[in-house]
Ligand binder design. Structure first.
Ligand SMILES: *Cc1c(COP(=O)(O)O)cnc(C)c1O
Length: 398
């Protein structure tokens, strides 16, 4: 018998849960795109987005998903034949590198595997070896949503500086923005890409590229730039329509405005602290389950784990079995294992992911953890006891 009827919970790492306020803000007839409220709210959205990214640089909005934002960032910086270094810590780093390669950028990769963050000593050595400074950019993903690793971007900037290398630092914060602490200017990031559907709690469909004056200098010579993806008219529009290269994404903008209101009310530091607390509850539960049986956190070091998403190794096929059971029986959908395949398990079926980014609170996380606990029991997957007690303590202690 299923107890699945009721509010469904999509606990995957994006699209994340949308607040009622965001949904309500979008439920309206088509607005005037030439004058009036829509124009006014875009004037407020731009500075607030920059505050969320902690930058005094520029922000461009595109009507696209995260992949579109990836491409926008690449074409404004590179020419065919340019060299770049990708520091890959999971599937998304490889995806961005593949795209750059397809555009004609020569991407050198350092692959840190699926269970570890960027090793800064290796990065520094690679940069010192590039004595001609032919690498135009160092690229990485802040939180790789496949592995749930979180990289230390501030320390990465310090490694670039120690090596005395002038490459741009380009970072994908699609999963981490407004979830894990991130300070674009203080950490010396030149280009940052993000999207609307994760920490920003708005439907998929808006891509953001933030960039520094140094990155904009490269735009001067970027041979790959095309009219639609050019970031310049979007940050210095002479006409309103240039913000979006055409018709504005009207309803997304209303939704984003409502999401930014929620973010401002709560405050960035409080948002970061909430996500840290929720993540600790998830980790405590998985650690308890892992005391006996196959479950384990993919990232061993808590300092290198994201607060947005947790990748759990569950043993051959158990990830998929649990996901199927939870969605059919409990009304909770977990994220699939992504790029976590091994020789033993070629389809990543042995992993699942819990998204805890965005508009998520304690009862939602406890509901997911309780559902996983029920699934482990129903499916006879061996596990340690006390997971929910451990999560309760992580949520309740001060
Ligand atoms: C979700 C995600 C992407 C891809 O975004 P899409 O909107 O699916 O194109 C890229 N990088 C990271 C880190 C992500 O979490």
């Amino acid at each position: 018998m299923s107890v699945q009827r009721g509010t469904q919970y999509l606990a995957i790492p994006g699209p994340s849960v949308m607040p009622e306020a965001v949904l309500r803000a979008m439920h309206r007839p088509a607005p005037n795109i030439y004058t009036g409220e829509l124009i006014d709210i875009v004037e407020t959205i731009m500075p607030e987005l920059k505050q969320v990214a902690r930058t005094a640089g520029e922000a461009a909005i595109y009507i696209c998903n995260g992949h579109g934002a990836w491409e926008a960032a690449l074409v404004n910086v590179f020419s065919r034949g340019d060299r770049a270094l990708m520091l890959a810590t999971g599937r998304f780093g490889h995806g961005w590198a593949d795209m750059a390669g397809q555009l004609g950028v020569e991407v050198e990769r350092i692959d840190f595997g699926r269970r570890a963050p960027i090793d800064l000593d290796r990065v520094e050595a690679a940069l010192r070896a590039d004595t001609a400074h032919s690498l135009k950019a160092v690229m990485c993903v802040h939180v790789d949503t496949a592995t749930s690793v979180r990289n230390d971007i501030r320390a990465l900037r310090e490694a670039l500086d120690r090596a005395g290398h002038p490459a741009l630092l380009m970072v994908d914060c699609i999963a981490s923005l407004a979830v894990d602490p991130f300070e674009m200017d203080a950490w010396g990031v030149d280009v940052m890409v993000s999207g609307s559907q994760k920490g920003l709690m708005t439907p998929p469909g808006l891509g953001f590229v933030f960039f520094s004056p140094k990155a904009d200098e490269l735009r001067e010579r970027a041979g790959l730039v095309t009219p639609y993806w050019d970031w310049r008219p979007r940050v210095r529009p002479e006409m309103f329509y240039q913000y979006f290269g055409g018709t504005a994404p009207t309803h997304h903008l209303y939704g984003l405005r409502a999401a930014l209101d929620l973010i401002r009310e709560e405050g960035m530091e409080a948002i970061w602290a909430r996500h840290a607390r929720l993540a600790r509850a998830v980790w405590a539960a998985v650690e308890a389950w892992g005391e006996d049986g196959p479950l384990a956190l993919n990232i061993a070091d808590p300092a290198c784990r994201s607060h947005a998403v947790t990748t759990v190794l569950a043993g051959r096929e158990n990830g998929t079995r649990l996901r199927d059971w939870l969605s059919a029986r409990m009304g909770v959908t977990l994220g699939i294992g992504l790029g976590m395949a091994t020789n033993e398990d070629p389809n990543s079926d042995g992993a699942f992911r819990i998204g805890h980014m965005g508009y998520v609170n304690g009862q939602m996380v406890m509901g997911v953890l309780g559902s996983v606990d029920a699934g482990l029991k129903a499916l006879d997957i061996p596990h340690g006891s006390g997971a929910l007690e451990a999560a309760s303590r992580a949520l309740g202690d001060d």
